[in-house]
Design a protein around this ligand. Structure first.
Ligand SMILES: [Zn+2]
Length: 342
């Protein structure tokens, strides 16, 4: 088994010469790919600088993936959303209470056009090597699940646009209770948003690589997360995705859980002819002991994972979500990368 790529995420779009020094440090930490966390504000304000940053990463010998980070609060990420600031419509709605939520409804034409527009601008006007779909999700359900019950009762999205689309397809009003038609509708529409955008990107440049990274949840017979991308078979089968990735697992979770998630990730990726990717928590929390990073990296490699990725550069140093010992964590991950990267 061989690890083909080692990635680290990065927030900085401000000054090219500073980014150049950071990229050099990433190379020294065994990284071959930088995942740029591009916010709506970066697109709006720092866009003239983005390709200069991309070129600088290339000069340093790094591949560059664009992460549409936290856009519309549809993707994972702490950033704020201009879409939500600039639109009072096109938001997800709670099925049980009817309350309008602070998440864009990604099944609406308004959001799909906005999101696709951002991606096509990056595809056409920058030299990125690909895109990274970062934990796309419906607002609900989420949280801890019991083996005998659902994850949560309430769900999204039951906005006027989703309701209209549901009724046109199934011939009856979208129910407030999540039945099998609602489940299918949510999966189908969620995947359509990403599949259509990915297809449009590949029509601009077929070499642009697409990674779809979904939440690392068990999705067992009894309980699934139901945030739209929990049907892994359906996601991995999408012909426009090149890499099937499952996201970070907190260091404090049992290592049997890391194994279970990784086995399933690799198996499904292989089944649909994709490369597999697994993540390392490089922010917020330290590993439980000195050797855990190496143990998990070895586990990933032994189970046939193609790619490793970590969030984020320097352990999140200087941010609200930094690891307790961010630089030490960054160095530990870097050493593990250098050890296994072929
Ligand atoms: Zn909706």
């Amino acid at each position: 088994m061989a690890i083909k790529h080692t990635a680290i995420s990065y927030y900085g779009f401000n000054y090219v010469e500073h980014a150049a020094a950071d990229f050099k440090e990433m190379k020294e930490h065994g990284c071959d790919t930088v995942i740029l966390a591009i916010t709506e504000f970066d697109m709006d304000f720092w866009f003239p600088n983005i390709n200069a940053i991309v070129r600088t990463a290339h000069e340093a010998g790094l591949r560059v993936l664009a992460d549409t980070w936290g856009i519309g609060k549809y993707f994972g990420g702490e950033q704020v959303s201009l879409f939500l600031q600039n639109n009072i419509h096109h938001r997800q709605v709670s099925a049980y209470t009817g309350e309008v939520l602070n998440h864009a409804c990604f099944n609406t034409n308004a959001f799909r056009d906005y999101f696709t527009g951002i991606c096509l601008k990056l595809a056409r006007e920058t030299e990125v090597d690909g895109f990274f779909w970062d934990e796309p999700h419906y607002a609900y359900p989420k949280g801890y699940a019991s083996i005998t019950g659902g994850v949560g009762d309430d769900w999204a999205c039951r906005c006027p646009e989703c309701m209209k689309k549901f009724e046109a397809y199934y011939g009856y009003e979208m129910p407030k209770f999540m039945n099998d038609d609602v489940k299918q509708f949510r999966w189908r529409e969620a995947l359509k948003t990403l599949a259509d955008c990915s297809k449009a990107i590949k029509e601009v440049n077929p070499k642009l690589e697409i990674t779809c990274c979904v939440h690392a949840t068990k999705n067992s017979y009894y309980v699934t997360e139901m945030r739209g991308y929990d049907n892994w078979e359906m996601v991995a089968a999408c012909p426009y995705f090149d890499v099937f990735s499952t996201t970070i697992i907190n260091w404090s979770l049992p290592e049997s859980f890391f194994k279970e998630i990784t086995e399933k990730t690799v198996q499904i990726a292989k089944k649909y002819g994709k490369e597999s990717e697994r993540w390392l928590m490089g922010y917020l929390a330290d590993p439980i002991d000195e050797t855990q990073v190496d143990r998990i990296v070895d586990l990933y490699e032994s189970l046939g994972v193609d790619r490793l990725a970590s969030w984020t550069y320097r352990g999140g140093y200087g941010t609200s979500v930094a690891a307790p010992n961010p630089i030490k964590l960054w160095d530990t991950i870097g050493n593990a990368y250098k050890r296994v990267k072929k």
